[in-house]
Design a binder for this molecule. Structure first.
Ligand code: BG6
Length: 506
């Protein structure tokens, strides 16, 4: 493993939820694997005035680690690299002391000028912080590299994403900007590329000649929880589809890159996004479904409807469920529909892609021997991470009775102790200057460009209905109408990869 450059990591929003739940635990995991640089410091920023010690204590509490034995010592060593400074990110003058603070930490940690800025802040600050840093010369790479990680959402629609990009690139180079989509940090998402490109058996079938359709689901059983204010302005389309689900489409649909380097992979991803067939206004109500959860009893517990959640408008039109049918107009995928759906307060938390292969050209086994659900390859992103192939086998005995059987691989069988969290991989990559799993500006813009007509229609055209669906169900029943053939429906996955249907463990 390459030794990571000594560096300073600056976290804007250092006391926030994301920092405490994801960023700091990821740094701790890297520290425990010996993957942090020999010399480094973490400078967290926030509006309130607290001391370094108080901040370290907050982290200690958030990590909920036992504070004794080896673990305690290990944690104390880790915490000693953390510092805190108060900055109101929107006040330029507050940045004046930052260069000196960084210089002091550089000397302490022996890290030259290498600096990673992590913007874990509300999106309106993405326009402000990069400029203020640049005014202090902190974008200048003369004394060492400078990189900036930006959380989603990158923009609100195509026009706002273009504007944000322009502001950013006034002071920073594209190569310095790391737009994060945590789905790309998931092992199982990266494994799509390995499954496809390290095995000769899939490639010949991976195209319009053999694939009937592709289905991608990302369902969550939770509602919007404490994020009503953010979610009201986002909705499922912006929150999940514009980034996570379109990236899954990209990895499933892309051509083999010429090599596994960042530029080659990102070039292929953009080609997929550029090939998405633009929606015509008049077809949007046929090609998209939106829904919003309503109150219901779920497994014995009463769950609020979306409009009753905190910080949500009681007449809100924000969608908590979104499903789209899309086409990729290129030689590989011409004529193959992709169906994608996501929603909150669905029966279970599952993300998976299902490649539905075409049936045999002439089916020989009739009547009850039709093999329902055969010819499917299921790539399970989470939970019960793995891959499952469904096909028909003969039931022993007289005649030709066909049964749908499974051949499956579960990550848990690999006997690796754990699957690393996405943030671990992504932080490590950025610390090492590898942008492969970060989104390039052309890809972000292409994704927004594709979704813009849907965003506009859902906002302006009331002929596109917003269906209610009871919490704990699979979204509006109309979502089945997206799928062209009347006998086909979505797969209804369960917690366990091998199960599906109505009677499964959720
Ligand atoms: C985030 C969304 O990007 O992804 C959340 O903002 C969503 O609303 C989350 O819950 C889902 O991520 P995961 O890794 O739990 O599938």
């Amino acid at each position: 493993m390459k030794r990571t450059d000594n560096q300073i990591i600056v976290i804007f929003g250092g006391r926030g939820d994301l920092a405490m739940r994801k960023i700091v635990p990821a740094l701790l995991a890297l520290h425990r694997q010996g993957l942090m640089p020999a010399g480094y410091a973490v400078l967290a920023t926030g509006r309130s005035k607290i001391t370094d010690e108080a901040y370290r204590e907050e982290i200690r509490n958030a990590l909920k680690e036992p504070d004794n034995g080896d673990n305690g010592n290990d944690l104390s060593a880790f915490l000693s690299a953390f510092y805190y400074t108060d900055i109101d990110p929107s006040v330029s003058g507050d940045y004046n002391t930052l260069p000196d603070k960084l210089e002091m930490l550089r000397q302490k940690s022996g890290s030259r000028g290498n600096t990673l800025f992590y913007l874990s802040v509300p999106p309106e600050l993405y326009r402000v912080i990069p400029r203020n840093l640049a005014l202090q010369g902190l974008n200048n790479e003369g004394d060492g590299w400078k990189r900036m990680i930006i959380e989603k959402p990158f923009g609100y629609d195509y026009a706002s994403a273009v504007a944000l990009n322009k502001i950013l690139l006034e002071h920073w180079n594209e190569s310095q900007v790391y737009r994060i989509d945590h789905y790309l940090g998931k092992e199982t998402v990266q494994n799509i590329l390995v499954t496809r490109f390290s095995n000769g058996i899939f490639e010949p079938l991976w195209n319009r000649n053999y694939v009937h359709h592709v289905e991608i689901t990302s369902s969550e059983s939770l509602g919007v929880e404490m994020r009503g204010a953010y979610y009201e302005g986002a909705g499922a389309l912006r929150d999940m589809i514009q980034n996570h689900l379109l990236h899954l489409v990209g990895f499933i649909a892309m051509e083999p890159p010429s090599s596994m380097d960042s530029t080659s992979i990102r070039n292929e991803l953009v080609k997929v996004f550029d090939s998405l067939r633009p929606y015509k206004n008049k077809e949007i109500s046929r090609m998209s479904i939106r829904g919003q959860y309503t109150s219901a009893h779920v497994r014995g517990e009463w769950q609020k409807g979306y409009r009753e959640e905190d910080n949500v408008n009681p007449t809100s039109m924000t969608e908590t469920f979104a499903a789209l049918k899309l086409h990729i107009d290129n030689w590989r995928w011409g004529g193959v529909p992709f169906y994608i759906r996501t929603g909150k307060r669905l029966p279970t938390r599952v993300t998976e892609a299902v490649i539905h292969f075409k049936p045999t050209p002439h089916y020989l086994f009739s009547g009850e021997n039709v093999c329902d659900g055969c010819n499917q390859l299921i790539i399970r992103i989470q939970p019960d991470e793995g891959i499952l192939l469904k096909f028909g086998m003969k039931i022993p005995g007289a005649g030709f009775k066909v049964k749908n059987v499974n051949m499956d691989f579960h990550y848990s069988d690999l006997a690796v102790e754990r699957i690393p969290d996405a943030y671990e991989r992504l932080l490590y990559d950025c610390m090492n200057g590898d942008s492969t799993l970060y989104t390039r500006s052309d890809a972000v813009l292409a994704a927004w460009r594709f979704l813009d007509p849907v965003i506009k229609a859902w906002r302006n055209d009331h002929s596109v209905p917003l269906y209610g669906y009871p919490a704990g169900t699979w979204g509006p029943e109309h979502a089945d109408d997206l799928i062209e053939e009347p006998e086909l429906t979505w797969r209804y996955p369960c917690k366990n990869l091998a199960d599906d249907g109505v009677y499964c463990e959720l």
